[in-house]
Every structure is written in structure tokens, then in C-alpha cells.
Design a protein around this ligand. Structure first.
Ligand SMILES: [Fe+2]
Ligand SMILES: [Fe+2]
Length: 171
């Protein structure tokens, strides 16, 4: 179970960093958006450092799909940003909703296990979860719901995340 958790989290945070990089490549000229995206990207970089450390600490084999997670994240960030700021924010809304739930699912399972070796894992996942939910708030404040075909974009990205989670836990 720990293997699965640590593997998928590293892939997820890898994609998170590149999603924001892809969005910045398109929207980064606007100084305000640049500041916003840089802040979230920097937090994702810290999340990835945390997940990389978990991979080392628990001797987990990273997913074979790590390069695909990075490339897929960048593409997703770039394409949604090309559809407009609101669509970029819908992408963030969908990703962070799914990942917030994903981390909560993991925390629920981890809280069943009372080993002190898992304390840092629980604490750091909770920290990341809190910041993902901040990103979700930020996306909502910046017009995520105003994107054209919002529901469709939202469900598409969220479904894609679920599929990616399922695959990266296993491969
Ligand atoms: Fe993250
Ligand atoms: Fe995030």
C-alpha cells in the first residue's frame, strides 16, 4: 500500500509542476498571472521534493510512466491555457479537486496504521493536501467556473487525473 501511495504521489507532483510550467509558457507574459502561477509552481516543486524523499526513504520504485507524467502535465497546462485564463483555472480546479480527494483517501487509509515510521508521511501528505486545496480556491477566485463548457472541461480533466492515478499506482 505504501509502495502504491508513494509511487503515485511522485508522479502526481511531477505532473503538477509541469502543468503550471505549461500554463506559464502561455500566460506568463501577464505580470499578475505570472506571479500567481509562479507561486503555485513553487509550492508544487516543494511537494515534488517531499515525494522524491518518500521514494528514497521507503525504497519505492518510481513509476515507469514518470516521463509521460511530466510530458502529459506540460501538454495539459499548455493546451488549457491556450483555451484562455478561465480554462486554465478550470484545469487547476479539476486537478486540485481530484488530488485533494486522492490525498484524503490516502490519509484515511494511513490513519488506520499506527506505526511511528509513518508519521512524517502522514504529516507531509496532509500539508500537500492543504496546499492543493488552496490552489483550488485560487482557481475558483480567478474565474474557473466562467470557462466555456466548464462542466465538460472539468469532468474531462478530473477523469484524466483518475485514470492517471489508477495507472501510475500500478505500473
Ligand atoms: Fe502538489
Ligand atoms: Fe497543487
Amino acid at each position: 500500500m505504501i509502495d502504491r501511495f508513494v509511487r503515485v504521489n511522485q508522479a502526481g507532483e511531477t505532473a503538477a509542476v509541469t502543468i503550471y510550467k505549461g500554463q506559464m509558457a502561455v500566460l506568463g507574459r501577464d505580470p499578475q498571472l505570472r506571479k500567481l502561477l509562479t507561486h503555485m509552481r513553487d509550492q508544487e516543486v516543494v511537494h515534488l521534493e517531499i515525494m522524491d524523499k518518500h521514494v528514497r526513504d521507503f525504497c519505492v520504485r518510481p513509476t515507469l510512466l514518470l516521463p509521460l507524467a511530466a510530458a502529459g502535465g506540460y501538454m495539459l497546462g499548455m493546451v488549457t491555457a491556450m483555451l484562455g485564463v478561465e480554462s486554465a483555472m478550470t484545469c487547476t480546479e479539476a486537478v486540485e479537486t481530484r488530488i485533494g480527494n486522492h490525498y484524503n483517501d490516502q490519509l484515511r487509509d494511513l490513519h488506520q496504521l499506527k506505526y511511528p515510521e509513518l508519521d512524517e508521511l502522514k504529516r507531509t501528505i496532509a500539508k500537500c493536501r492543504d496546499e492543493e486545496l488552496e490552489h483550488l480556491e485560487t482557481a475558483l477566485e480567478h474565474g474557473a467556473k466562467l470557462a466555456p463548457l466548464h462542466e465538460l472541461q472539468f469532468e474531462f480533466v478530473k477523469g484524466g487525473c483518475s485514470l492517471a492515478i489508477w495507472v501510475c499506482e500500478r505500473i
